[in-house]
Design a protein around this ligand. Structure first.
Ligand code: ADP
Ligand code: MG
Length: 287
């Protein structure tokens, strides 16, 4: 692959805005989003609840249209649902009456692809995320982490080059979440998809990303973009190291400036990573 090809942008946002019209008036969810995500990069979006993160994912998937600006995928403006995209939501949206394998193959069926051709691939994907031997189990027999792994396989089965993830680990317990971070990194290093990953967790964003895009409150704008210059593969123990913490703090300071995070009035310091390990920006709302 030439350098020129390797640096191609997969997704570019050009002055993107989104305003919802509702019976009670309009809601401006996003404004002036300009960003390029190069092929094979892992980009996280962090921001307070309601700043338009999910909306932006829906726009990127072509499930909604921008009211301002353009989104291009591989240089072509989006006009509808994207064949080359996989999506993972916070809620795994698995069908309980289907086995793990049949849930992964659902994507193939919905896209009208030849199921037999993808069966082995689905089994390989399930094995690669630690679910070898679980292909005949049903979602209700499996833990939240295992279910979300199936959802990730389902998003990847048709080999999309862009993976969109909307708080995929948000409903999982802290330990499972750490394991999922680790495993997602391994999968990404193996497959090198372009990933747009939405999270409330600053440490999760730092652990996984090449760049972290920090959003403002609604209407969501890009406040800052923080490159995460840490070697890969990143190890979970790095999360407690000063070099990792420095990135977390850099992002926290941006949210302090916005007033989204406040300093502790007694100690005069903001929450540190050890206080808030793997917890999100939403903690104050008691989610
Ligand atoms: P986030 O994912 O960052 O929490 P969302 O993209 O879900 O934010 O929502 C951004 C804003 O747009 C919120 O104020 C939300 O209430 C509003 N919103 C989201 N979806 C709709 C919709 N379908 N109709 C009207 N308003 C919406
Ligand atoms: Mg959301």
């Amino acid at each position: 692959m030439s350098t020129e090809t390797a640096s191609l942008e997969t997704v570019s946002y050009e002055g993107v805005g989104l305003t919802y019209s509702t019976a009670r008036g309009t809601v401006q969810a996003l404004t002036d989003i300009t960003l390029a995500v190069p092929r094979g990069h892992f980009v996280s979006i962090v921001g307070p609840s309601g700043c338009g993160k999910s909306s932006r994912l829906m726009l990127t998937a072509g499930l909604r249209s921008c009211t301002h600006g353009k989104i291009r995928i591989d240089g072509t403006p989006i006009t509808g649902p994207q064949p080359n995209t996989g999506i993972v939501f916070q809620n795994d949206t698995l069908l309980d009456w289907r086995s793990a394998l049949a849930n992964v193959l659902l994507q193939v069926e919905l896209r009208g692809l030849a199921k037999a051709k993808y069966r082995q691939k689905a089994l390989d994907l399930l094995r690669s995320v630690g679910l070898g031997g679980f292909e005949d189990r049903h979602p209700y027999e499996l833990s939240g982490g295992m279910r979300q792994r199936i959802a990730i396989c389902r998003a990847l089965i048709h080999d999309p080059h862009l993976l969109l993830m909307d708080e995929p680990f948000g409903a999982l317990d802290a330990l499972t979440r750490e394991q999922m971070m680790n495993d997602l990194q391994a999968l990404w290093l193996e497959q090198r998809k372009t990933v747009v990953f939405i999270t409330h967790s600053i440490p999760e964003a730092v652990f996984l990303s090449d760049r972290v895009v920090v959003m403002t409150s609604r209407p969501g704008r890009i406040d800052d973009i923080v490159p995460i210059d840490l070697p890969r593969p990143r190890e979970l123990h790095m999360i407690t190291e000063p070099i990792f913490n420095a990135f977390v703090q850099q992002i926290r300071v941006i949210f302090e400036r916005q007033g989204v995070l406040r300093s502790n009035s007694h100690t005069g310091r903001t929450q540190t990573l050890s206080d808030a390990h793997l917890h999100g920006l939403d903690d104050r709302s008691g989610r």
